[in-house]
Design a protein around this ligand. Structure first.
Ligand code: HSE
Length: 440
């Protein structure tokens, strides 16, 4: 059979990684797919630039529309990233009858509902394994491998940059800004690192995971998002002292007829496997009712790990070209007319435990005032740690761990504690999850 002709949009890290993997493993990939996969065209802003991949034999163009309109190209691989022009190019490729493979999480999270509607009507595939957790086949695992389960919750370390920063802060006592520079140098961070450190990149990925886990539409705007930019070294160290690790988690949980959808720094007991995922690695913990807890671990970014997912998607597309095209795995796991629009719960209704750090005047009765406020709002204390006053300081840091409580009660408690004359500054709050398999 004739090779399948593929056009690649974007020749950055992942584009070159994809070309290298296809070149190196081409024969074996063809044995799996049933046809040779040949990149015939690639679009890049600067086609004369030296790149770490062999582009001889590939027609390089600066105008990506030449690829999405090319009559012989059957599959377009979109690796430009971001919103526009990626969205228009993908829609044009679909209008021209081409299947699409993309690594673009922002595109799928924000425009996926529109893109999948178009693809569904045209009977085309839009494959996006590389959009979430790089090389980890988490989309396929949830959409296919766990299809027999009712997914109850999932929790993931899905931003390598943030995890790298938190790991370095803990292990080396390094400062946030220095580690961020290092993450950029190593190529983990997005072009705009705000997306990484403010939790937006993780929220894009969580949106996609929640849709395929629960059969709901993509709801990026409804995700509660809090990044790691306000995390301090002292909180990382206190958490460690209390037996917890600080991670940026994306959490999606079915509860009370709705769904919790939240990204925020979270304390996790250090004995949990996921608490020990360090550096730029990713991990996703998925709890299904039949299988129980499962965990998927691997590289969440980088040229070849991400290319691994892109090429797997290409193989899937090529396989469906030769089999029953009407019986493809649905884009968002559930049949398009069977999605249920479960409400995303407001953050005030979310139930979680908390780590609080406050600075109290070192005098009698202060802690009693604080604990009275917590008791009034039905907040149970799990542990209290009072540190020695630093030389010359009038206040002492007090760390409190609480049991689970609704966020709105904690909001009320924090605002009352901050009004006490004996408390200085703001109360630092970090959510804490035990991630017990029985959490439901
Ligand atoms: N900037 C992302 C991360 C890259 O740090 O995980 C992969 O999406």
């Amino acid at each position: 059979m004739k090779p399948v002709k593929v056009g690649v949009l974007g020749l950055g890290t992942v584009g070159c990684g994809t070309i290298n993997v296809l070149a190196r493993n081409g024969k074996e990939i063809a044995r799996r797919a049933g046809r040779v996969i040949q990149v015939t065209h690639a679009a890049a802003r600067d086609i004369s630039k030296h790149r770490p991949c062999d582009t001889s034999g590939i027609e390089l163009v600066t105008d990506p529309t030449l690829i999405v309109r090319h009559p012989e190209i059957e599959v377009v691989v979109e690796l430009i990233g971001g919103d526009e022009p990626a969205r228009s190019l993908v829609l044009e490729a679909l209008a021209n009858g081409k299947h699409v493979v993309t690594a673009n999480k922002a595109l799928i999270a924000v425009h996926g509902n529109e893109i999948f509607d178009v693809a569904q009507k045209k009977g085309l595939m839009v494959a996006f394994e590389a959009a979430v957790a790089g090389g980890i086949p988490i989309i396929k695992a949830i959409r296919e491998g766990l299809a027999g389960n009712r997914i109850e919750w999932l929790a993931g370390i899905i931003n390598g940059t943030s995890n790298f920063i938190l790991s370095e802060m803990r292990e080396r006592g390094a400062d946030f800004a220095d580690v961020l520079k290092e993450a950029q140098r190593l190529g983990y961070a997005e072009a705009d690192p705000t997306f990484d450190i403010e939790g937006i990149d993780a929220a894009h990925k969580l949106t996609i995971l929640a849709a395929i886990a629960f059969g709901i539409p993509l709801k990026f705007k409804d995700v509660y998002v809090e990044g790691i930019s306000k995390v301090t070294r002292v909180d990382v160290a206190y958490a460690e002292e209390l037996g917890y690790r600080l991670k940026l988690l994306g959490i999606a949980r079915r509860i009370n007829g709705g769904v919790e959808l939240r990204v925020h720094p979270t304390l996790i007991p250090y004995r949990r496997l996921i608490a020990n995922v360090e550096g730029a690695m990713n991990a996703v913990l998925v709890k299904g009712d039949a299988v129980g807890p499962t965990m998927f671990y691997g590289a969440g970014a980088g040229a070849e790990p991400t290319a691994s997912a892109v090429v797997a998607d290409l193989v899937d597309v090529v396989r469906t070209l030769t089999t029953d095209p009407t019986n493809r795995v649905p884009h968002l796991a559930f049949q398009a007319d069977q999605r249920v629009d479960l409400p995303i719960l407001p953050m005030g209704e979310v139930d979680t435990s908390y780590y609080l750090r406050l600075h109290a005047l070192d005098k009698p009765g202060v802690l009693a005032d604080v604990t009275r406020i917590l008791a009034d709002l039905a907040i149970s204390i799990e542990a209290i740690l009072q540190k020695e006053p630093q030389p010359g300081e009038q206040t002492v840091p007090v760390i409190i761990l609480t049991q689970r409580v609704k966020e709105k009660n904690m909001d009320a408690a924090i605002s009352r504690i901050e009004q006490l004359g004996s408390i200085t500054g703001k109360v630092a709050r970090i959510r804490l999850e035990h991630l017990n398999p029985t959490w439901n």
